[in-house]
Design a binder for this molecule. Structure first.
Ligand code: C2O
Ligand code: CU
Ligand code: CU
Length: 453
C-alpha cells in the first residue's frame, strides 16, 4: 500500500480471527487485516500520511520502528490512544531506502499486542538512488515476517509472561512467516530478494538454506550495505531486519530456508533457547519453489550499492548504558511477578521504566558514543528516532561495511559501542525510547526515554 499519496491511508486496528494452520481459527489483532497489517510503502522526498483507527477493545499505538520522525509522530508509549479514536501520522520521508516496520508500543502491553498481530512492514524506497536489485514486490522481492507462536490443542494462540518466560522472553513452539506455518512460495528461476524481519517477541534466529548455499546480504536494519556481502548464514535478533538476494537460477527442486538456534552467549544463553520451548535445533522457515523464467529482474548483483554514508563524525560525549535484570534479587523479583505484583523486574542503569521520568537529554545533531553492556544475558538493544553505527563488539572493531546502519544491536556481557546521532526533536511529552526489544523485557521495564532538543 502506498502511504505517501495525496490521500491518507487508513489502517483500522481491530480484533479478528486468523488461520495459522488450515482448519483452525484463533482470535487475533491486526491493522486492517485479521492478523498483522499491510506492507506500507513510502518514498524518500515525499510525505507519509497514515491514519490509524482503533477499533480494538484496548488502547494501542502505531510506532514507526526505524523511521526518522519527530518524537510527536513516533507512536511510542505516549502515543497510545483509546478505542474509538484515530491517530494521524504525518511525516516527511527523508531517509535512505530501508526495510522498516511498525507495531503497537503501549507500555506493558507491547508483547501481547504484537504477539496477537499488531505489526506490519514499512518499506522506504529512494527513487533517486536505484539499487539495481530485484524489486518486483511479491514476485522477486518478498517480505518475510518471521515469528514464533504457540498454540493450544484447539489451535488457539497461547501467550503468557509468567516465571521463566519473563526471563527468557516468550518463545513459541511454531514458526510462522507472514502469519502462515511453513509457507511455500513460487519464485522465478533467477535472483530473488528476501526482506526478512525477525518479528518475534524474543526468539533469535540464524537463517540459512537447507543445502548450505551462499547468498548475499544487501541491507541491514536501516538501509543498504555499500556492497553485497556473501554469507551462508545470517543471525537476526528480535526486531532486526536484513535484505538478502538468493540466486535460484539453477534450481529445479524446492529450496528450504531454515534456522538454527542462535547461540546466545552468557550464563542464561543457549540453554534457554532450546530448553523448554520444545523447538528442535534446526527448523524450517519457508520453502521456495523455483519455476518459470527469470522474469524481468536483474540477472546479476550490482558490485556496489547506493548505501548511506558513514558520517557521524567524532563523538562529543560518552554515555554508559547497562541493561539490568536486577541480579541478586532475581528470584525475589520473579516471585513478586508470579504473585501478580508487577514490581519492575528489568531496568536500564538500575531503574525500571517510568513514563513520567526523562532518563536522558540529548542535543539535536550531536554525535555520542554509547557503551552498552548487558551483564546477565544477551539482549537486542533498540534506539528510536535514528540509526546508529556499531563501532566495536567486546572491544573488537566492527567493519561498518558488513554491519551497515542499524537500529537494533545485540548486546551481551562483553559490551558494544555504538555511535548515535539523533537529528529528530523529541520533547518531554513525547520522548524517544531506548529499550530491549525482547518484548517481555521491554514490558517489564527494560526501557528508558530521552528528549532531543
Ligand atoms: Cu520496535 Cu521501541 O520499538
Ligand atoms: Cu522503534
Ligand atoms: Cu532483554
Amino acid at each position: 500500500l502506498d502511504a505517501d499519496g495525496a490521500q491518507p491511508v487508513t489502517l483500522t486496528a481491530r480484533a479478528g480471527s486468523h488461520s495459522f494452520v488450515p482448519g483452525t481459527k484463533t482470535p487475533t489483532l491486526g491493522y486492517e487485516l485479521d492478523y498483522l497489517g499491510p506492507t506500507l510503502r513510502v518514498r524518500r522526498g515525499r510525505s507519509a500520511r497514515i491514519d490509524v483507527v482503533n477499533r480494538t477493545g484496548d488502547e494501542i499505538s502505531a510506532h514507526w520502528h526505524g523511521a526518522f520522525v519527530p518524537g510527536k509522530m513516533d507512536g511510542g508509549p505516549q502515543g497510545a490512544f483509546a478505542p474509538g479514536k484515530t491517530s494521524s501520522a504525518r511525516f516527511d520521508v527523508h531517509q535512505p531506502a530501508a526495510t522498516l516496520w511498525y507495531h503497537s508500543h503501549v507500555h506493558g502491553k507491547t508483547g501481547t499486542q504484537v504477539y496477537h498481530g499488531l505489526a506490519g512492514l514499512l518499506l522506504v524506497e529512494d527513487p533517486a538512488a536505484p539499487d539495481g536489485l530485484p524489486a518486483d514486490y511479491g514476485v522477486n522481492d518478498l517480505p518475510l515476517v518471521v515469528q514464533d507462536r504457540s498454540f493450544d490443542s484447539s489451535g488457539r494462540l497461547v501467550y503468557n509472561t509468567s516465571g521463566m518466560t519473563l526471563m527468557s522472553g516468550f518463545l513459541g513452539n511454531t514458526i510462522c512467516v507472514n502469519g502462515a506455518v511453513r509457507p511455500v512460495a513460487d519464485v522465478p528461476r533467477g535472483l530473488v530478494r528476501l526482506r526478512i524481519l525477525n518479528g518475534s517477541n524474543a526468539r533469535f534466529y540464524d537463517f540459512g538454506f537447507d543445502d548450505g548455499r551462499q547468498f548475499h546480504q544487501v541491507a541491514s536494519d536501516s538501509g543498504l550495505l555499500p556492497a553485497p556481502v556473501a554469507r551462508t548464514h545470517l543471525a537476526l535478533a528480535p526486531a532486526e531486519r536484513a535484505e538478502i538476494v538468493v540466486d535460484f537460477s539453477g534450481d529445479n527442486a524446492p529450496v528450504r530456508l531454515v534456522s538454527a538456534d542462535f547461540a546466545r552467549s552468557g550464563m542464561m544463553g543457549g540453554g534457554m533457547m532450546g530448553g523448554g520451548s520444545g523447538a528442535p535445533a534446526t527448523y524450517d522457515i519457508a520453502t521456495f519453489v523455483p519455476g518459470g523464467a527469470a522474469g524481468t529482474g536483474p540477472t546479476a548483483l550490482p558490485v556496489s550499492l547506493p548505501a548511506p554514508p558513514f558520517d557521524l563524525g567524532a563523538p562529543v560525549r560518552t554515555r554508559d548504558i547497562r541493561l539490568d535484570m536486577h541480579a541478586g534479587t532475581m528470584m525475589g523479583s520473579m516471585l513478586r511477578r508470579l504473585t501478580g505484583s508487577n514490581g519492575g523486574v528489568m531496568g536500564i542503569n538500575g531503574r525500571s521504566y517510568d513514563m513520567g521520568r526523562i532518563d536522558a537529554e540529548l542535543k539535536l545533531g550531536e554525535t555520542e558514543l554509547w557503551r552498552v553492556a548487558a551483564p546477565m544475558m544477551t539482549h537486542p538493544f533498540h534506539v528510536h528516532g535514528c540509526s546508529f553505527q556499531v563501532v566495536s563488539r567486546g572491544g573488537q572493531a566492527v567493519d561498518p561495511a558488513t554491519e551497515g546502519h542499524k537500529d537494533v544491536v545485540v548486546v551481551d556481557a562483553r559490551g558494544v559501542e555504538i555511535l548515535v546521532r539523533v537529528d529528530q526533536k523529541a520533547d518531554r511529552a513525547t520522548p524517544f525510547m531506548m529499550h530491549c526489544h525482547i518484548l517481555e523485557h521491554e514490558d517489564a521495564g527494560m526501557m528508558a526515554q530521552f528528549t532531543v532538543a
